[in-house]
Design a protein around this ligand. Sequence first.
Ligand code: SAH
Ligand code: SF4
Ligand code: F3S
Length: 484
Amino acid sequence: MKKHRLVSLPSLREAARRDPNCPISYLKADTKPDSFLVSWGQGKIFCIRTYGCQANVRDSEIIRGFLLALGMKETDSFAEADFILFNTCAIRENAENHLYGELGQAKDAYEHKPELIIGICGCVMQEEVPVKHILDHFPFVSLIFGTNNMTSFYSLLEEVIKKNVLLVDVRSGSTAVEEGLPESKESRLSKVSAFVNIMYGCDKFCTYCIVPFTRGKERSRKVEDILSEVNCLKQEGYKQVTLLGQNVDAYGKDFGDKYAFADLLEKVALTGIPRIRFVTPYPSDFNTKVFDVMAKYPNVMPSLHLPVQSGSNAVLKRMNRRYTREQYLAIAHELRERLPDVYLTTDIIVGFPGETEADFEGTLSLCQEVKYDAAYTFIFSPRPGTPAYFMKDDTSMATKHERFDRLKDLIEKLTAEKADTAVNQDVEVLFEDVSKKDPSMITGYDRHNKLVHVKGDKSLIGQIRMVHILESHTYSLIGEVKDE
Ligand code: SAH
Ligand code: SF4
Ligand code: F3S
């Protein structure tokens, strides 16, 4: 068993602290590897497994950039790898459990190759209990770090290699925004569509949610740093950027400007990058000035993901969502009125503690009234350390599943009805990849972010083309590319 060196492992309580007087610091990270790591990396192979949201995908790309700069190559197979990294998600229990399953498989690879370095990072590592569980049950792991110290990656890796220790370095309470991270085409997973962080962290503390603990205080990147990244991506030939933040409406709160997100969106639109998306706005902070920008700039895509979570005011209150059903509906109606072509999607949690049948029916009726174009639905998963974990919950799992199925049926019906309206229409599609299921098909997304498959070859990837839709399935459309 390896000796372990515990540099830092903060508690969730520490992670929840917010000091409103503490200013955000803007740092330029020094991310050049030293000669030791460069000679270690030559010819070595890495494998990264990523769970969770777009923020984690982007973080994995940054680490990928660090590893590629060492001359390392990438693989999908644990058996081939010299370094395996799991970038974890803590949002629901099943995301966390997935990690333990995969660690079991990594153990087999380690037994065949004892010099294999296995690291774990991401949101689960920001929680003490799982980290301690890993220390006790998975002694072959060599490196544990969190979401706030990715820029220390090279020094952590170097210490693990040189001292052959298990190193745990998790930080919380970061008030820094670090620039200078790998941003170029090589480090990114897609050569067509790129994620661009506009802010980090979340201060909302919805009572069910672990994210404010794992991602820390809200910090916005500077407008000029975001624009410079978007401009570079455009020059590199990217066709789409998705602006990322857990609560994009809070963008610029640290600069004291309540219209900052709408203004930023407009500036990104003016770069001329062909397609812009953004996730995720928060209803009560949502500023309808964003609608003006969406209406004015055709390169801001006509889709809005606005999580509602529940249609019942009592549940919304216990969730600490800071809006009512009526306020949410007012935004949805304004959107439908002003921008009838915009697709509206949402997130919904079923079976929150104390949710009654009447509360749940409120969610169903809200969905019917809004006529969502699609929705992600989840059964409440109690996250240790969050307030909802301790709330009295006397609804049986069977009832929660039954409600979940009823909601899913309704959402599928709404989604399918909307998808049907695309048949025989021409839609504009950005092609991104070869279909995983059928290599003769190329997949892309229409302006509403609906998945579209066409027969074709790889040369379509990166092109924006008109497609005539022939068939609709609930979650995808099938069509044929129209001649230019
Ligand atoms: N920042 C975004 C997304 C956060 S996580 C937002 O505020 O909307 C994505 C979704 O996961 C949430 O919208 C919520 O629907 C769901 N989620 C978060 N915590 C959960 C939990 N404990 N159990 C079930 N679903 C959860
Ligand atoms: Fe979680 Fe709420 Fe923050 Fe979204 S806004 S990340 S649901 S705490
Ligand atoms: Fe998961 Fe962390 Fe994202 S908990 S959803 S990876 S912010």
